[in-house]
Every structure is written in structure tokens, then in C-alpha cells.
Design a protein around this ligand. Structure first.
Ligand SMILES: [Zn+2]
Length: 411
């Protein structure tokens, strides 16, 4: 019965896909060229959250789960999540082949409703696996869920930007699109590993990077961006190729590497002195310079919570055996979307992240936010990286000092 149904669905999907590609795709492309991301599609999602279900039932949404695991979440086996993904979303091929227009087109502000003071989700991923096994709970995503998730995010107008561009406010996504940052902690092989194909090293298609690369063949404006927070004292990204080759592959493709301490130490309980903290963070940077000369980590991600207040300054800045570090941003486990880089609340040294959904959804994971966050509260691009466009009502949320020569425009 299940097999029959599944086959049925595959056939349906294939037919819908063909129809979309042949008939609808050209229309969609024209619409996209005119206005970037489709605002109608998303306004439904944001304005009436209950009408949209990216992969969960209302029952699940209402399930009250404490959401205060902001620091120790990596230790917390109670936490689970499921990757959102749409179940039967037939629109997953309507978006093939669109690309962000390089020159910003004039937009209808009241139609696109840009809000570049709105929030941006910095999503945190950990493990990627083929299928769930007993014991897989928090922080684990299956490859198929990740594929579905990318379609969902794309359909909801999300586009990936780099951490560096988020931190510097260089946000270049099409009008109506919503920037999103992907982060990956721990350097697990499901995130990325190399395989040898015809004598060449390629990303394993069964890895998050391989899946992202594949998705970008049909959705080139989605972006292959993401920051990998690694512990270079531990096994990082599987075993094929050298560690330097693995890191260089990612950097060459536009991904970024961040610091997650040398050995994934618990800064809260194990790092009791300034020396230990500087060794863990500085040694990781030192190793990175040995592997990829000149590459400074783009940011730091706390392995577990932060150390004591007096010691936190050494997480930001320090030195180990002649290698200095000065982390421009600190990633927390967090639970909520981060402020716009132009917002008064922007604080890169305390960057909150949204947890990816895992096998069981929890409140304030990615799937939850996709349902519950209004489009109005999110960073919706005006399509022009040189202007910062916001609704009049958001003026007080903008830190004018962060504009960095960009023109502020209200409507
Ligand atoms: Zn970690």
C-alpha cells in the first residue's frame, strides 16, 4: 500500500514537474526578472502563519517545549528537531533556473515591501545522515530532509549570503528575497567530505555541501554559502583527501571557515583560565594558517556555552604561541533570528542562531520560525546593496552609523 502510494506520488510529481518546467517556468522567470522574489507567495506565509505548514502539523506547533536551552543545547539530548521540508509541495520545480539580476531594477516599494532593518536567520546545523537511527535526536538532519528544506526555503524566498556579508551589511539578493546564513558546527563528514571522481576530488553528493551544489544547478540564485565552524584538532570532514584539500575545496567554492576551538573544549566547564582559552582558540587558528596560509577564521562559534564573564574577553581576542586572533563575531547556540546588520540591536559578538529542525520539532527551531515569523519582521531586500530601504515605522530600529555610505530610504 505504501509502496503503491509512493509510486503514485512520484508519477504525479514527475508530471507536475514537467508541466511546471515547460509551461510555468518561463512565466515565473519573467516575473522574477521584473521583481526578484515573489512577494505574494510569501505574504501568505507571513501574514497568516496558520495557513502554512512547512513540514509540521498544528498539533506539533502547539507542543509547548521550553526554549531556554540557549547555551548547553549541544549537550542536551532532550532537544530534537525535524527538518521542515514541505511534504507534498508541488511547487518545487516552478523555480528552476532563475538568477538574481545583477543590476537593480526599479521596484514597486508597496508591492515588494522591503525591510532591510528586519531580522535574518543564522541557521545552525550539525550532523547529516542517511536516515535516523536509534539515539539520533537533536542536531541531526537526514540528506532527504535537507533536500526538501532547500526547496522550502527557496519557495519562501530565502537566499543564502555569507557570514562576512551579513556582518558587513553587504547583502546582495534580489528584491523581495530574504537573506539567510547557514552555519555548520563540528566539521562532521555528513556536512562535507570528498570523494574521488575520475581522478578529481569532488564533494560527496551525500553530504550537505554536495546537496547544496546539486540544488544550485537548478536554483543558481539560492547560493552555495555557509560557514563551517571546525575543530582542527579533531577529525574534520571525513578522510578522503588531505585536511588542507578539504578546507581549500570549501573556500574555493565560496564557503567560509570559522573557529570552534581546537578540540571542542567546553569553555564553560573545562576552560578555567585565560591560558586554556587562548590555547584552544589560538591553536586552531595557528593550525588553520599552516593548512591554508593567510586564511583567518571569519567568526567563532561557542562549542557549548560561554565561559565566565571575566574570561569571555579571551574568547574574543587573544594569542597563542605568536598567533593572535580577534574574532569579529561570536556565534551562540541561540534560538531566535539575528538582527539586521543595520539594526540598533545588531551585536555580532552575541550572534543568535536558529537551530535546524531535527527528528522531532521543537519550538523556535527553524521549522517553527518558518511558520511563526511574519514576513514583515524579516529582512526583505530592496535588491540594491547600496541602499537600505525600510518602512517608515522601522526608522527607530536603524543604526545610522552602520549604513557605511549606503543610502537610507524610507517609504
Ligand atoms: Zn560543536
Amino acid at each position: 500500500m505504501r509502496a503503491y502510494k509512493a509510486t503514485d506520488r512520484v508519477i504525479d510529481k514527475v508530471m507536475i514537474r514537467r508541466f511546471m518546467i515547460r509551461i510555468l517556468a518561463p512565466v515565473v522567470v519573467i516575473v522574477m526578472l521584473l521583481q526578484g522574489c515573489s512577494s505574494q507567495k510569501l505574504s501568505g506565509a507571513g501574514d497568516s502563519p496558520q495557513s502554512v505548514e512547512p513540514g509540521r502539523t498544528m498539533e506539533q506547533q502547539e507542543d509547548p517545549i521550553a526554549s531556554d536551552q540557549t547555551e548547553d543545547a549541544e549537550q542536551d539530548n532532550e532537544e530534537k528537531a525535524e527538518n521542515s521540508g514541505t511534504d507534498d509541495n508541488p511547487s518545487d520545480s516552478a523555480d528552476e533556473g532563475k538568477e538574481a539580476d545583477e543590476t537593480p531594477q526599479p521596484i514597486d516599494l508597496n508591492e515588494v515591501k522591503p525591510n532591510e532593518a528586519g531580522r535574518i536567520m543564522v541557521v545552525m546545523f550539525h550532523n547529516f545522515i542517511e536516515k535516523y537511527e536509534k539515539g539520533d535526536k537533536a542536531y541531526t538532519t537526514t540528506f532527504s530532509e535537507f533536500k526538501e528544506l532547500l526547496h522550502t526555503l527557496y519557495d519562501y524566498d530565502y537566499r543564502l549570503i555569507s557570514m562576512e556579508d551579513y556582518l558587513n551589511g553587504n547583502i546582495n539578493v534580489a528584491a523581495g528575497c530574504i537573506p539567510m546564513v547557514f552555519t555548520f558546527d563540528d566539521g562532521t563528514s555528513g556536512q562535507f567530505n570528498l570523494i574521488e571522481e575520475n581522478g578529481k576530488l569532488e564533494a560527496n553528493p551525500d553530504s550537505a555541501v554536495g546537496i547544496l551544489e546539486e540544488f544550485n544547478k537548478t536554483h543558481p540564485d539560492f547560493g552555495t554559502r555557509g560557514t563551517f565552524f571546525v575543530n582542527l584538532g579533531n577529525q574534520t570532514f571525513g578522510s578522503t583527501g588531505t585536511l588542507a584539500q578539504r578546507l581549500e575545496y570549501l573556500i574555493d567554492k565560496g564557503f567560509e571557515i570559522g573557529n570552534h576551538t581546537y578540540s571542542h573544549i567546553n569553555l564553560k566547564t573545562e576552560a578555567k583560565s585565560a591560558e586554556i582559552i587562548q590555547k584552544e582558540i589560538g591553536q586552531n587558528q595557528k593550525k588553520m594558517y599552516e593548512l591554508v596560509p593567510g586564511y583567518t577564521f571569519v567568526a567563532f562559534s561557542l562549542p557549548y556555552g560561554a565561559p565566565s564573564k571575566e574570561l569571555t574577553k579571551y574568547v574574543i581576542k587573544g594569542e597563542y604561541e605568536g598567533t593572535a586572533y580577534d574574532n569579529p563575531a561570536i556565534m551562540e547556540v541561540g534560538w531566535d533570528p539575528a538582527p539586521s546588520p543595520f539594526g540598533v540591536k545588531f551585536n555580532p559578538l552575541s550572534t543568535h542562531r536558529v537551530r535546524s529542525s531535527g527528528i522531532e520539532p521543537v519550538d523556535q527551531d527553524l521549522g517553527w520560525w518558518l511558520v511563526n515569523m511574519k514576513r514583515d519582521n524579516q529582512y526583505v531586500s530592496d535588491g540594491d546593496p547600496d541602499t537600505v530601504t525600510i518602512p517608515e515605522s522601522y526608522l527607530e530600529h536603524v543604526n545610522q552609523e552602520m549604513l557605511g555610505g549606503r543610502t537610507l530610504r524610507t517609504y
